[in-house]
Design a protein around this ligand. Sequence first.
Ligand code: HEC
Ligand code: HEC
Ligand code: HEC
Ligand code: HEC
Length: 133
Amino acid sequence: MRKKSLILLFLGLMLATVWVTASWAQPESFVINNSKAFKQLKRSPVNFPHEKHMDSLECLDCHHSYKKGENVLDEDTLEEGNAEIRCAFCHTWDAKTQLRAAYHLKCTGCHTKLAKKGKETGPRICGGCHVIK
Ligand code: HEC
Ligand code: HEC
Ligand code: HEC
Ligand code: HEC
């Protein structure tokens, strides 16, 4: 009886670990390339070290879904392969902030803000981000 419940407890813990890991899995680094949306890229695609940004930032610092000006994004929807969390899903040509501006305001905007505060930050010049051949 005791042994059986220990095994059950163990299996439960394993399942919990798998579930937690799966729901929080994010790629370490990936290439941002919206060549379809931009039709033809004038600059190279951009390497984005997603994982490196996790130390000091929250998911909702970058991912959002606004309702009455408030970011109401459900973090559980932040899953690999969910097309609706891609910037291009909302930042279309009709959006107030179009795709290119959305990336630049977000990426370069934050890097510049942190640099002004003298904090560790990322690239601010074109060639610092558009590096992939
Ligand atoms: C510094 C900004 C930033 C932070 C912080 C951030 N992300 Fe992201 N994430 C991005 C960008 C940019 C993309 C690429 C979206 C695109 O290009 O359409 C992305 C993509 C993703 C993807 C989709 C990968 C794919 O292509 O299927 C997942 C899943 C994801 N993020 C989860 C998370 C989770 C979970 C957190 C918090 C633990 C988080 N992100 C924090 C900026 C960020
Ligand atoms: C579910 C839809 C949706 C997704 C996905 C989305 N946005 Fe937005 N975003 C909005 C809306 C709505 C606004 C407010 C109207 C506007 O400025 O276009 C906004 C505003 C912005 C702004 C200007 C205001 C601000 O917060 O500074 C930036 C920059 C931005 N988004 C960047 C991004 C980036 C980068 C991604 C991908 C990581 C992304 N957005 C994904 C809907 C979305
Ligand atoms: C809210 C703030 C914030 C946003 C938004 C942000 N970054 Fe960063 N970025 C940082 C910080 C902080 C670092 C320094 C992290 C480190 O080196 O550990 C960094 C570092 C980097 C680096 C250099 C990493 C290295 O290995 O030296 C690159 C490349 C980068 N960011 C690209 C991007 C791109 C592309 C985007 C938009 C898709 C983006 N960042 C959005 C804060 C931000
Ligand atoms: C902090 C990172 C970062 C910096 C700095 C940056 N960009 Fe970008 N830029 C991006 C990201 C991310 C995209 C989206 C790339 C994609 O989807 O292919 C983008 C998209 C673009 C696009 C639209 C896609 C294309 O290739 O036609 C152009 C044009 C562009 N950037 C030019 C510039 C220029 C010019 C500078 C310097 C003044 C610059 N960028 C600086 C991150 C950056």
